[in-house]
Design a protein around this ligand. Structure first.
Ligand code: HEM
Ligand SMILES: *[C@@H]1O[C@H](CO)[C@@H](O)[C@H](O)[C@H]1NC(C)=O
Ligand SMILES: *[C@@H]1O[C@H](CO)[C@@H](O)[C@H](O)[C@H]1NC(C)=O
Length: 321
């Protein structure tokens, strides 16, 4: 009976759709876009923060704003898998503005999804390169935030098999894993994530042999052994400001900064997907990096979305109502 009831709710609830707020809060998308734009003026790293935040939100308990909750030592956001996340204030600021205009209408989960899209879109103005897509909205905010729920976050040291498995668990396939990893075309990584790869890869006592020998000295001088774990370096060597498929070329030639990115070459399926963006016939009629990225972002944005009574609309993004 209960199962039947839940089944029915699942069917009668509104699904995600483009323009969910058009009637109920017409300014929603503009407000978020402006907040992201202003934040980017004061900190150019903002787009990278927004993009990563959406990924980390969606991979734990679905895209439900659970990452935003700050309820003490056991908050989801304190989990080891979320180290380095930034940009929470940008989301909170957008929410505060929207609460004045349309109280209780726009979910924090949707603000995160919109901000990630706007972040990518903004790069268009800076570089004429960032892909833009229509973002689906209509998510409810989640009602739980617990550190241990983030245990299955993809980790930089996971094998390619585990990375693939973790994406499949979220309904994303190998193509999504590859193309979404290309989000590392922007942003920076802390040396914290590099030390094992540079100085004791797989307990070998040496560096990851997949690092191009001409790149290794650059990495070791940016992240000297025993040095500052918080020092951050661009993940897309030579192209860290531009949203483009250069990250894949770097991965192919041993210039990946993150071990998880380098590993995309260790599996025949993911390697073939990376290589497909550099076919003889590329870019036409081969796959389009931009449009594939947008499709995968939309699929990621659908993970575990809460509708109906499984969630609510928060008044502030960092606390439950
Ligand atoms: C495949 C599994 C992934 C792993 C293991 C991974 C790991 C990491 C790590 C270790 C960092 C550095 C964080 C820091 O030092 O602050 C990072 C940064 C970043 N990641 Fe990922 N990531 C993955 C997938 C993704 C996906 C799917 C997206 C978005 C679609 C994404 C977007 C970003 C962005 C934009 C940054 C830069 C953040 C900044 O500059 O502060 N990552 N990632
Ligand atoms: C992953 O899913 C997308 C969309 O359904 C599809 O176009 C793509 O071919 C799939 N990739 C793999 C490796 O199955
Ligand atoms: C490398 O890691 C292994 C296992 O964690 C450890 O036993 C070994 O002492 C480390 N080697 C170096 C050189 O740090």
């Amino acid at each position: 009976m209960i199962i039947f009831f839940t089944f029915l709710i699942g069917f009668t609830e509104a699904q995600l759709k483009v323009g969910f707020y058009n009637k109920v809060c017409p300014a929603a998308e503009t407000v978020v876009a402006n907040v992201v734009k202003d934040a980017t003026k004061s900190d150019p790293q903002t787009p990278a923060f927004m993009l990563r935040l959406h990924f980390h939100d969606c991979f734990v308990e679905g895209c439900d704003g659970s990452i935003l909750i700050d309820n003490g030592d056991n908050s989801e956001r304190t989990a080891p898998g979320h180290i380095g996340l930034q940009g929470f204030k940008v989301i909170e600021n957008a929410k505060a503005q929207l609460e004045i205009m349309c109280p209780g209408v726009v979910s924090c989960a949707d603000i995160v999804a919109m901000a990630a899209r706007d972040a990518v879109a903004l790069l268009l103005f800076f570089d004429s390169h960032g892909p833009v897509y229509q973002v689906e909205t209509g998510r409810k905010d989640g009602l739980v935030s617990r550190m241990e729920l983030a245990a299955r976050m993809p980790d930089v040291q996971d094998s390619i098999q585990i990375l693939k498995q973790k994406f499949i668990e979220k309904g994303l396939n190998d193509s999504d894993l590859v193309i979404l990893s290309a989000a590392h075309t922007i942003g920076k990584a802390a040396c914290f994530f590099m030390f094992k790869r540079l100085y004791n890869f797989s307990s070998s006592g040496g560096p990851d042999p997949s690092i191009n020998p001409s790149f290794l000295p650059e990495l070791t001088s940016a992240c000297p052994e025993g040095g500052d774990a918080g020092h951050r370096l661009p993940m897309d060597h030579g192209s860290g400001e531009i949203f483009d498929k250069q990250i894949f070329q770097n991965i192919r030639s041993g210039f990946a900064v993150l071990q998880s990115d380098a590993q995309l070459m260790d599996d025949p399926t993911t390697k073939e997907i990376v290589d497909s963006y550099f076919g003889l016939l590329s870019p036409l009629p081969g796959p389009s990096f931009e449009s594939d990225f947008m499709s995968s972002m939309v699929r990621m944005g659908r993970i575990g979305v809460k509708t109906g009574s499984s969630g609510n609309i928060r008044r502030v993004c960092n606390a439950f109502n």
